[in-house]
Design a protein around this ligand. Structure first.
Ligand code: 5AD
Ligand code: SF4
Length: 438
């Protein structure tokens, strides 16, 4: 094992699972710990403290983390001074069982406990510290994050969710909806712009439900667009019911707001949407898509779909395939329904077998691949502006960046990360584009 020089500064290794919100939370945690005097460890073997920021959205996500914990616990056996902590949604979700299932944990802390991490880690003792209180007011406003370098940065503008879709554990693990004060959001964006960030991605579980006093989400978009140096604004994930005229108007008229929307639909069956309590019908969703496309003609759309929710019959699933064809999403994230404790659908259980869920998922993916391929083929010949991120994974000398539609393009060019350059699309697959300087 290579020797690490440790000048008395304890080193933390932080591993992140789950959504962008968790990545942003890990950056926040990184900032909090850095200010408390902790350094970064590149590998778990080098660390004095190992923290895992976890996801509880599906059982599979939790199983992965439990497997990983067993590996990491081995390091603890070799180095008894090492401290191991589990943070985030899974900590909140499994608070009752975790210290029994994973007795080697020193710390279990939910999403509203991060301010107190330095205090928890500073305490001695053998008993694990468990802090899973949710706090209606915690927004972490004004706390600087340790952002990953690069031209794009996440900015959390609201936390929690009040929608309680029947399948979803998020409102239980992340608590009630609360928005970050606009001044704090603007301050963070200005600071990022000062450090060379060109694109901000505003985050929230239902990000377009943002409201702080008189400032709604449409207004917030316009305020951020005034900041010099911020060239692009994106946000995720909006809820269809909160897609107000003000937000559509801001997308249509504010050039910095990019023409891409991740708009989770979950199902193409009215019966399922009602059982999920999503708050809209298929017709209403389609009407929203039409209004969006009229207002933002270059719009790209992606979505989330769950297959095999409680009571989903072949007809319901066929309706989902129909909706996919009708909308023509640029991308779709597809999931097998996973029964989650604490949710309202928990007691209903599973009615669709694992094999049938897998079959439905494959059919959905196959259809989406062909739709995405066609949508990307239609990009060929177009000129798009890309934000250069760095070297492309494939091909020496190729760079990679995102088009306004959030499609990944690879292109041969001399440019630096953060440059905005025009390219012409020359080839496409279902997942990516190839381009040349225009
Ligand atoms: N089972 C499967 N997928 C789920 N999602 C949320 N809860 C569940 C669940 N219990 C999916 C939804 C959501 C995405 C982030 O995860 O599609 O939009
Ligand atoms: Fe979960 Fe529904 Fe809230 Fe999204 S809107 S986080 S699916 S409860």
């Amino acid at each position: 094992m290579p020797k690490v020089e440790n000048r008395g500064q304890p080193l933390v290794y932080l591993e992140t699972y789950g959504c962008q919100m968790n990545i942003a939370d890990s950056e926040l945690i990184g900032g909090i710990l850095r200010r408390a005097g902790y350094g970064d460890a590149a590998r778990p073997e080098d660390a004095d403290v190992i923290l895992i920021n976890t996801c509880a959205i599906r059982e599979h996500a939790e199983e992965r983390v439990l497997g990983r914990l067993t590996d990491l616990a081995r390091l603890k056996r070799r180095r008894p001074g090492l401290r191991l902590g589990l943070l985030g949604c899974m900590a909140q979700h499994n608070r009752a069982h975790l210290t029994q299932r994973a007795p080697y944990l020193d710390l279990v802390a939910g999403p509203d406990s991060y301010r107190r991490l330095p205090e928890f880690l500073g305490r001695g003792g053998f008993d694990p510290i468990v802090d899973v209180r949710l706090d209606r007011n915690e927004t972490y406003a004004g706390l600087a994050s340790a952002h990953e370098p690069g031209p794009r940065a996440y900015v959390t503008v609201m936390r929690g969710c009040d929608r309680f879709c029947t399948f979803c554990v998020v409102p239980y693990v992340r608590g009630r909806e609360r928005s970050v004060a606009p001044e704090a959001v603007l301050e963070q964006c200005r600071e990022l712009a000062g450090r060379g960030v060109k694109e901000v991605v505003l985050l929230g579980q239902t990000v377009n439900a943002y409201r702080a006093g008189e400032v709604d989400f449409g207004r917030l978009l316009r305020m951020i667009a005034q900041i010099d140096g911020i060239e692009r604004i994106r946000f995720t994930s909006p809820h269809p019911c909160d897609m107000s005229d003000a937000v559509i108007e801001a997308m249509a008229t504010e050039p910095k707001v990019q023409p891409y929307l991740h708009l989770p639909v979950q199902s193409g069956s009215d019966r399922m949407l009602a059982a999920m309590e999503r708050g809209y019908s298929v017709a209403e969703y389609l009407d929203l898509v039409n209004r969006l496309r009229r207002a933002v003609p270059q719009l790209a759309l992606s979505t989330d779909i769950i297959v095999g929710f409680h009571g989903e019959e072949p007809d319901d699933f066929a309706a989902t395939l129909g909706l996919m064809r009708e909308v023509g999403f640029d991308a779709a994230f597809t999931f097998k329904y996973s029964v989650r404790e604490h949710t309202r659908a928990f007691k209903l259980g599973d009615t669709v077998s694992e094999e049938e869920k897998a079959r439905r998922l494959s059919a959905l993916i196959e259809l989406q691949e062909s739709i995405a391929a066609a949508r990307n083929q239609a990009e060929i010949g177009r000129i798009r502006e890309v934000l250069v991120e760095g070297p492309a994974r494939r091909g020496a000398g190729m760079l990679s960046g995102k088009t306004p539609q959030f499609k990944t393009a690879a292109f041969p060019a001399r440019a630096n990360p953060g440059d905005l350059i025009a390219v012409r699309i020359v080839a496409a697959t279902s997942h990516s584009l190839t381009a040349v300087p225009a």
